[in-house]
Every structure is written in C-alpha cells, then in structure tokens.
Design a protein around this ligand. Sequence first.
Ligand SMILES: *[C@@H]1O[C@H](CO)[C@@H](O)[C@H](O)[C@H]1NC(C)=O
Ligand SMILES: *[C@@H]1O[C@H](CO)[C@@H](O)[C@H](O)[C@H]1NC(C)=O
Ligand SMILES: *[C@@H]1O[C@H](CO)[C@@H](O)[C@H](O)[C@H]1NC(C)=O
Length: 909
Amino acid sequence: MIRWIVSSAIFAIYLLELSSGFKEHEFKKCKDTGFCRRHRTKSGPKFDVLHETASVSGHELRATLRNMDAGKTFNLIVRAHSSGTIRLLLDEDLDPSVTNGTRYRISPEDSVTLPSFETTVTPWKTISKTTKDIVVVSGDVQVTLTFAAFKMLVVVKGKPALSLNSKGLFDMEHFRLKEEGVECDGCWSETFLQFTDSKPHGPEAMSLDIAFPGFEHVYGLPEHATSFALKPTVGGEPYRLYNLDVFEYLDSSPFGLYGSIPMMVAHKVGLTIGVFWLNAAEMFVDVSKEGSNTATQWIAESGIVDLFIFTGPGPAEVQQQYAEVTGPTAMPQQFSVGYHQCRWNYKDEADVHLVDSGFDEHEIPYDVIWLDIEHTNGKRYLTWDSHLFPKPIELQNDVASRGRETVTIVDPHVKRDHSYYIFQEAQSEGYFVKNPQGGDFEGWCWPGSSSYLDVTNPTVRAWWAQQFALDKYQGSTEHLYIWNDMNEPSVFNGPEITMQKDLIHHGNVEHRDVHNLYGLFYHMGTAEGLTLRGYQTHGEDGDRPFVLSRAFFSGTQRVGPIWTGDNTADWKHLAVSIPMLLSLGVTGLPFSGADVGGFFGNPDAELITRWNQLGTYYPFFRGHAHLETQRREPWLFGEPATSRIRAAIRERYALMPYIYTLFRHANISGQPIMRPLWFEFPDAKELFHVEDSFLLGSAILVSPVLQQGVDNVDLVLPKGARWFNAHSGEETQGAGKPVKTKVDMESIPVYYKGGSIVPRRERPRRSTRMQMKDPFTLIVALDGNWSAAGDLYLDDGRSFAFLRGQYTHREFKFEGLKLRSAVHNSGSAVVTSVGSWAPAQDLEVERVVFLGLPKTGKGYTARMPDGTEVSLEAGAASTKFSQAENAWVLRQPKLGVDADWVVELVAHK
Ligand SMILES: *[C@@H]1O[C@H](CO)[C@@H](O)[C@H](O)[C@H]1NC(C)=O
Ligand SMILES: *[C@@H]1O[C@H](CO)[C@@H](O)[C@H](O)[C@H]1NC(C)=O
Ligand SMILES: *[C@@H]1O[C@H](CO)[C@@H](O)[C@H](O)[C@H]1NC(C)=O
C-alpha cells in the first residue's frame, strides 16, 4: 500500500512535469550560482571614497574608491548629461601586465549605445566639499557623494530619487591570481548538473544596492513572465537576466527568458525615474519593499559598473532619456504593423497558396506568411527543401502580387556539413565561436552538430550581412524578410540549453561577458543584411529591414521587433502577455508581441477569439503554432468565431494610421506604443498596479477579456477624463470607480479617451499596402472642455526616404468648436525640419465623427474652408455610432490631409 502511494506520487510528479513541460531543474537558481550566493543580501566589505581624490573637473566628478579590507582601488566617474541623465562608471584600477587584460566593458563602438550620447555631457557645479562628502549639481539634479562609507544620493527637483549603497550591499570583487590561493565560493570553477564552468579569470562579480525612497512601485527588467509592477522577491528567487531558450515557460516566474534589458523604472506621484545598467553578463535582481520605499540589489557576474540614472521627471522623459542612450525604435516596414500568419510549418508551396487564398476567401486582411525551419534543406538556413519548395521565387512573387510579403526563419547555429556553403566559408574564415582550447565550438541544435557564428565580431556580422544579397541567398526575392530564432543562443546539449560561459569570442572575450548581447548582435547582422539588400534592389532610399528576433538586449529596438517566445494556449498565458509587453514598452522595446493563440497546445474557439481581440492592440500581431498542434487559421473555428476574428483583425487595419503614427513617436522620442495606465495618469495611485488593461498610445484604452466564459469584466476607467465606448460611441459614466461592464463574444471593451483625435481607415482591404490610397476617418473624442487633439504621420511605409523629409506629419486640434489641421510640430530636437510626402496631397478625410459634443436640440452645421455649410448627421444612421447621444458625423468633407484648414461647427439655436 505504502509502496503504491509512493510510486503513484512519483508518477504524479512525472505527469505534472510532462503536462507543465517546464523543466525547472535544468535551470540555475541563485543557490546554484556562486556569484549570487556570494552577494545576495550580504553586506559587502567597507568601501570608502578617498576624500582627497574627489573632485570635479568639467564634465566629470572623479574619485578613487577603495576596498578598505582588501586595499584594492577602483576609479569612479560620475557624469551629467544635458537631458537629465546621470552616468556612474566604476572600473578596477588594474595593471594589465599582471592581469592579462581588463574587465569587459561595452563601448560605443559595439553599437549597443549611441556614440552621440557621449557628446551630451554637461558640466557639474560643485556646491560644497568637506572631508565627509561632495555635493554637485547639474540642472535639476543634485548628487551627494558620501566618502566613508561610500554612498551616493540623487535628488531631483529637491526630491530624493535614488540612493546607492544605503544598505551597505555594494561590492565589486577585485582581480586576483589563482596562486594567491584565496578560498572563495564558486570563484575558480563551478559545476551545475554535468556541466563545469572553468573560470580562468576568477571572481569579478559586482553587487549594486539601489534604493528608491518613497517609491512603492518599480517596473521593467524584461523578460519575465510575471506581474508588471515587480513583486518583492524576499524568500523567493530574484529576477534573473540571462537569455535562455526555456521550453514551455511558466506564466508566473522570475526565471530568465529569451531576452534581457537591465532597465528598471520607478514611479510615484510627482516623479518617475529609471535605472539602466549597461552590462551583458548574467544578472540577478532582488526587489524588497520597506514601507513606502523600494530597495533593490543587482548582482552581475562580470564586467564593470556603467550605470545610467534617468531623472525624468515624468514617464515620457524617462523613455526619451533611455532612447538617447540606446537609440529610439526604428521606423518599421508598414506591412509589419499588419497581421502575420505563422505556423511551424506551412508544409509546402500548395499549403502556402491555400492559406493565402483562405484569407481572401474569408475576407480577412493579412500582410505576411511565415515559413519555419521545415522549409530548409535539412535546417541549412538560406536554403530550400527542393521537394517542398521547388519554386520559392514564384511563390514569393505570387504572394507579393496581392500586396503581401513572405518571411523565412534563419538561425545562428550552422550545420557542420562541409558541403554547405555557409559552413564552409565560415569555417575557413574562422568565423565561429571558439571553445577554450581554441577549436570551433560544436553544439547540438536543430540540424544536429552545429557551430555558431561569432557575431560579436563586426567582421563576421559584415560577412553575414552579405549573405542576404539576392544573388547569395538563392530563392530569395525583395519580398522576403527574415525571422531570427534560437539566438539566445540555444544549444540543446549545453548548460541551461545555451553556451558554456568559458567559450571564447572575438578579442579573447569570454562568453560570460557577452552572453546577453549575442542575440542582439545576430539580429543586427541579419537586419544589416536586409538593409544592404534594400539599397541593392531599391536604390538610394533603400528598403527598411524587417527581422523578428527572439533574443534581445538594450538596443534591439533600433534593429527590429521581438516576440515573447514559446507561450502556451491557455488563459493564463493570454493574461501574462499584457504585463510582459508593458514591461518591454517601458524599457524602450515597444515593437513586441506574444504569439496569438499560444504556441503550444490547442486553443478552443473562445480562447482564439479573445486572443485575436487582444492581439489587435499588440504592437506586433502574429498568430503562430507548434508543429504538433491542430491547424488554426482564423476560419477553421467555424462561425461565429471566424466572423469575430475577422472583425478583430479588420479593426487592427482600421487603426493602422493611428498605430503607425505611434511608431513614429517611438521613432522620434522612444515613447511606448502599448502603455500602462499610469503613463498617461501619473498621479492616479489606484492605477499603479493595473496590468489587465492598458492604453494603446494615449488615446485608446483596452480592457481585454482574460477569463473563460465571463459575461462581464471589472473595469476601472481613470478619472479626470471622459471615455467613449469605441464600438458604440457612447460616453461611459463613472470613471474612477470599478464598474462591472457587460461583455459578449463579439468584442472586448475599448474606449477612446476624451481629448483625443484618432485617424482611421475604414475600408476593408487585403493588406496594408492596399490601404495606401484610402481616405481617412477622424474620430474626434472631446474632453470636458470640448477640446481634442491628435496627429497623423504618413510616409511610403517602406523606404528610408522619410529620413530626408519624405513624410507628412499633421496635427489636428479641436477647440472652441473649430477643427484645425496644421503641420505637426514634433517638439523634438532630432526632427526639426518639416517633411513633405507628395502622395499625401491626394489623400482626403472622408468623414469626421465627433463624440461628446455639447448637447443641442437642433444639431450642428459645419462651416467648411470654402465657405459652404454642411449639416452634421446625428449619430449618422449608417455608422456604428447611430445610437450614441451627442455623436455627430460630418460626411464627405473633402478635406485634404496635407492641407491647412479650419472647419467651424455652429450649433443650431
Ligand atoms: C595570462 O595568459 C596566459 C596565456 O593565455 C596564461 O597562461 C596565464 O595563466 C594568464 N595569467 C593570468 C594571471 O591570468
Ligand atoms: C527612426 O528610424 C530610423 C530607421 O528606420 C533611424 O535611422 C532613425 O535614427 C530613427 N529616429 C529618427 C528620429 O529618425
Ligand atoms: C479644461 O480647461 C481648464 C482651464 O484651461 C484646465 O485647467 C483643465 O485641465 C481642462 N480640462 C481638461 C479635461 O482638459
């Protein structure tokens, strides 16, 4: 009996493992990791600033920091930048003749940060210096450096914003020689499962103790499948930043996933700040709450301290400051903002034709068909399976004839096959990552035995980029774009399914130092390839690259979008996609999405419908599925599911002008696309933890249905604004209080924020390209003062011509019953000139819908720019707003999009 219970318990655990899939024991925790064990929650040695060394010289506050126990010294530099960013650099004072080199640092030449940032330094002014501390200011920011023990306090506009080492957890391990024979936990070699990490350089970890006085909420640190407001980690695992290919990840866990951005945002009423540690080694971050303060500890395995403190003071400024360091989001190909259809795998050319024509048959728009690994000849990327895809060029051209594009997958592992040209060339040039003995590293991945391109080497990236030329990549056309997967990198037989840390990269750099950068460099090389190809095929204005990546780091936003990897078709993964994408949004990587429907498993009609209804508002919108799942193209769920999914995807296309304009704002000033509610309502404390609804830009609030079988959702509409139901145009009362809102399966609750003007294109089309000449509808949703504003950005949607002014950016304002169209003033130092995109002159506004006009018994007349008068239609019978009170529609106003004009409304007496 007892034995039966034991064995059935074991069997149950086994079943649990099978069903959850996630193999926790394959991944390290803090306790399995020497540098985390050595530092987590432990007081560091005493570090003092040698007070006689502390001085300001121009742009830098410099000082020597000394480990008082070990007698080792470190050079400390604090710089101020004109945008309000403070940068703290700490490196060890090393003698390279003893140490065989220096600690690894990411320099501007690595293209992770922008070299232009270095030139924005601004002088410090010394306020006071005593034997205890030195106080310096720059603009609104004051920094106090306390000497013994070392502490730093940052004050913004008189408010304490951040303190460093207030709990004494700071540590920076110094270089030592193995011969010194110092006992040290996990310093010289470490074994996890069957893997031993030889640590030739010994210990070099750092622990940063960063506290946020008065901040109850911190956000960011992607990628984790967990809550948006970061939960305290006391008693559990710290958040881990280590790019890993995690099979069937959990919907709630601090474990590291595919990408890492060591950036945290702290927000409270009146102040938002950010912290970014430019370091690509493995990192653990603890969060603890003490009263209304948040304390954090950041522990990294190697490298230097290069810490950026963004002093806001508002959420938008923090994003702009971060973008100034790591770059703003690239302007995407407009097609990539449409709907993508992916599956592992669309089997062959006939299958692709079937799916493509299925969209037309069911009148569902889509832009891109995707081909996963099975399209290749034996997982040799940049080749085709000649039986399944004998005519890839014809295939792409056929898809393109309907205004659509094709994407193929290309991964960084290279099959070790001497007859494969990529392998041959890379091997003979020595372009692979090396093992510690100096030979090419060999690991196991999809093709079997593989080597990995050392993309940390700019020469290898340049070579890799050339492989995308049309005459190199056989079977490719200018309508083919790329998907980079497995670039964490994934190594099936490596520790934690990735590379061992003692592998060697270009410049004798250990993998340990650059692990979290590898995916970015691979993504960068691939995108550079498509950019080069674009100039070859399209001439001087080129063609914007489109490359989706799974792994990422800070700077990825300049390269292309990411998705949140291999999620699961269940309701919890649907829900966690929102905090995951919000975290990416506030850490400068807004172009991101989760696989709609869930990668693993089979969604039922309800889940796939709800997921598409949410996906409509993801910045990146793609349906994808695992090899072993049932087919799930949108029409396979039958009616009424197909009609509902059609409506959701069509709504995405209707919002295309608005969403594309949001991308331009991300491109100019790093603003997120999907935003937490507090981003627009920064003083509303009750919104600081909200993660089940969000804003798309500033104008649209989305409150998706995240549970099965519900007929209402609890909704909080932020107070201080008017809200209009986006489906009916009706104004919703009761902002500020939770409201039970009825829902049905036709749609999810979505609202226009009063004070916004949202441009739309209402005609259903096959793809974004087919919308380019369509007229616009302006939704003018009024605030309490009967005012509203919004903008519209237009360009050719595909080339770099916008960089030389080939764009049109308009601003619409409604005030005093007058609607005006004028040139948009970007308010940016980067974009100062006014663009002009000739085709915009032929585009018109075909409809203006006013929501929430002052009540009038008799209606409105519009006085048009040419002096004629047109009556507005109440709710306009043929619009979906026919039932809405105070909704008025101006039809066929024939207003040029690219022209300045004023339309004045006159209320009938
Ligand atoms: C310096 O490098 C040499 C050759 O790589 C190695 O044998 C030696 O152990 C290294 N010394 C230190 C202090 O790391
Ligand atoms: C916008 O994106 C392009 C790449 O598409 C990039 O070159 C540019 O620096 C970005 N920012 C601005 C302000 O143009
Ligand atoms: C309305 O105008 C007043 C005065 O200009 C301003 O204080 C208030 O914030 C405005 N309200 C809205 C909702 O914009």
